[in-house]
Design a protein around this ligand. Sequence first.
Ligand code: PTJ
Length: 261
Amino acid sequence: MAIPDNHPRAESLRIRERIIEGMHEKVVAEAGLIAHGRGEAYDYLLGEKTPNYAQKQQEVAVAMLLTSKKPVISVNGNIAALCPKEIVQFAETTRAALEINLFYRSEERIKAITSVLKEAGAKTILGADPEYHETLEEISHLRRIVDIRGIYSADVVLVPLEDGDRTMALRRAGKKVITVDLNPLSRTSLWSNISIVNNVTRAIPEMIEESFKLKEKNSDELKDLINDFDNYKSLQESLNFMSSRLRDLAEGKLEDPTKNL
Ligand code: PTJ
């Protein structure tokens, strides 16, 4: 559907269209639409802008990816639909492998996501070839199927827009987990080493920029950034941001659009 440029919610509606189209093309799971709606609601609480606390989370996440031995970025349907080019570029700048890993796994969806990533410029995509499949015993559903060259042997895994079980399982398997999740109360956010409470559509491009800056720093400086970071405190900051923004609105900052009618 063509979204008029002057629509006050044009950008948000265009993003919705990408998710809906992705669902018709089997890239996005049906439940991906529901997940997206939940994300949108949280993004309202942020004012649909990247807050300062998220810039810090993003900086530390990039530092962790750049200092890791074997970083992997896990791609699901929503990521493939929302930011395919950006995720491919981010994998390149952080020398991370890209691996398709799905909650609602099917061969049809793996193929659809593979072609989206290829079109976006990805040269190597892990997770599709059964010859390299291994299982992470800690996970009970289909996300347990991982690539031996990727998530299975990774030290750091970025799992944007994720369900909680796998994050817990990856932590139990001794991996460092970074997530991008607009819900600071999700199990994924609580269980990750670094949780970025921001919209992936802003976070990934901003982290690409950040990775160019951080590449200028030496590894001790990057490690200091990581060591000084406390995920639990950082989640508290994000909750504080959301609640104080709501309080400000409730106490008078909310504009009444009907006042001059
Ligand atoms: O493609 P599949 O089969 O792997 O399935 C992917 C989904 C997203 C359906 C699956 O992982 C799932 O059900 O996830 P959940 O448990 O709904 O969690 C998704 C989380 O991502 C929720 O906490 C949302 O608030 C959050 N979220 C949704 N959209 C965004 C987001 N976070 C950041 N940016 C978004 N655009």
